[in-house]
Design a protein around this ligand. Structure first.
Ligand SMILES: Cc1cc2nc3c(=O)[nH]c(=O)nc-3n(C[C@H](O)[C@H](O)[C@H](O)COP(=O)(O)O)c2cc1C
Length: 350
């Protein structure tokens, strides 16, 4: 079980990839009625649907709720999702042989595991219940004027247009993403980059950008900083290896005169000429859209031969992974990023 214990929210995600079910126990939620069909549409964005982008392991991922009546949440609930499509035999040849750069060897060090079937509790299957709570909180935040959207910004060597200044509205992002999934442009090049990696029995990494609209004055200095709060939740997502806010690492190359976000006043309202800080100064949301970029490693499970060890026989060996895997995790990770951001913001404002 993995537990998020925030200021108000408590979220326990349990289960394993090849167990009968996975689920989430949530507490500290606001009393409100959510739209179950809108939640299912959100969850569908995480599901494996496209044969180029994703694994052929398809699941209905329909949550069964306990403690919710007619969509009305009253503080606490549990949601469970059945694992309908598990094939453990894909992993029989991998017994005691950790997949390089997956969690297998770290799992062995921690718990002595040798059967790494399905990745156990480290599998990205557990991002399904993550998205159940995130999708519900996204709906709640919308009632408070806060919207969160994300899109793929690069895959391998293909970079789509960046909108990390927050120049597009939430509605514009949704419209462009629906037309150019998973990015806002360069759909064909990105699809080809993923297809080529898959055809070469390989995988490919990428980045996603996320924008949070409508947050102002949330967060505080030092340990109360909003960047740390969001980043903490983003790093809970498997395969995330980097997070940067606004212009992030590029700021290190600039002079102050270029990096600073000048202010203006218009009709009594303060605004900014730019958004290189990503909407946060001093750990507090300054009213500009909060923007951050997330780096995802290439999917660890690839079908090319790889060097590893046999932990039982204590000898070097090679493996070929034949299971069903995503060639690039970025397209399916987008709703998980939005969920992590929703949990961070909701925990602050509740
Ligand atoms: C949406 C999503 C789908 C993923 N699909 C796969 C997959 O099919 N095969 C795989 O080996 N890893 C996949 N991963 C990544 C692994 O879960 C992850 O690399 C592993 O748990 C080790 O964690 P780490 O990369 O954070 O160290 C996926 C991650 C996400 C977010």
């Amino acid at each position: 079980m993995s537990v998020y214990s925030g200021k108000k929210l408590r979220i326990e995600i349990y289960g394993e990839s090849h167990a009968e079910k996975i689920g989430v126990k949530a507490a500290g939620f606001p009393s409100f009625t959510f739209d179950e069909s809108a939640l299912n549409e959100f969850l569908a964005r995480r599901k494996a649907t496209d044969s180029v982008f994703s694994t052929s392991r398809k699941e209905s991922d329909s949550p069964i709720f306990y403690g919710i009546k007619n969509g009305r949440i009253d503080g606490e609930f549990t949601a469970e999702i059945k694992n309908e499509n598990k094939i453990s035999k894909d992993y029989s040849a991998l017994y005691a042989k950790p997949r390089p750069s997956h969690a297998d060897y770290a799992w062995h060090i921690k718990d002595g595991a040798l059967d790494f079937s399905g990745g156990g509790r480290f599998s990205a299957r557990l991002t399904a219940p993550f998205c159940v709570v995130g999708g519900i909180l996204k709906q709640y935040l919308k009632t408070r004027g806060i919207e969160i959207e994300s899109y793929a910004s690069s895959v391998g060597k293909v970079f789509a247009q960046s909108y990390k200044s927050g120049a597009l509205s939430a509605e514009e992002i949704r419209t462009k993403r629906n037309a150019g999934f998973p990015s806002l442009d360069k759909k064909d090049e990105i699809t080809e980059e993923i297809r080529a990696a898959k055809a070469a029995k390989d995988s490919v990494g990428g980045t996603a950008e996320c924008v949070i609209f409508g947050v102002k004055g949330v967060g505080d200095n030092l340990f109360g900083g909003l960047e740390g709060k969001i980043a903490n939740l983003i790093y809970a997502i498997p395969a995330v290896k980097g997070v940067e806010f606004g212009d992030g690492f590029d700021l290190a190359k600039m002079r102050g005169s270029m990096a600073n976000d000048g202010l203006y006043i218009d009709g009594g309202e303060v605004g900014f000429y730019s958004n290189r800080a990503g909407g946060i100064n001093g750990g507090i949301a300054n009213g500009n859209p909060i923007t951050f970029r997330v780096a995802f490693r290439p999917t660890p499970s690839i079908s090319l031969p790889q060097k590893t060890v046999d932990l039982e026989r204590k000898e070097n060996t090679e493996i070929v992974i034949n299971g069903r895997h995503d060639a690039c995790v970025v397209p399916r990770a987008l709703p998980v990023i939005e969920s992590a951001a929703a949990i961070a913001i909701a925990d602050e404002i509740l």
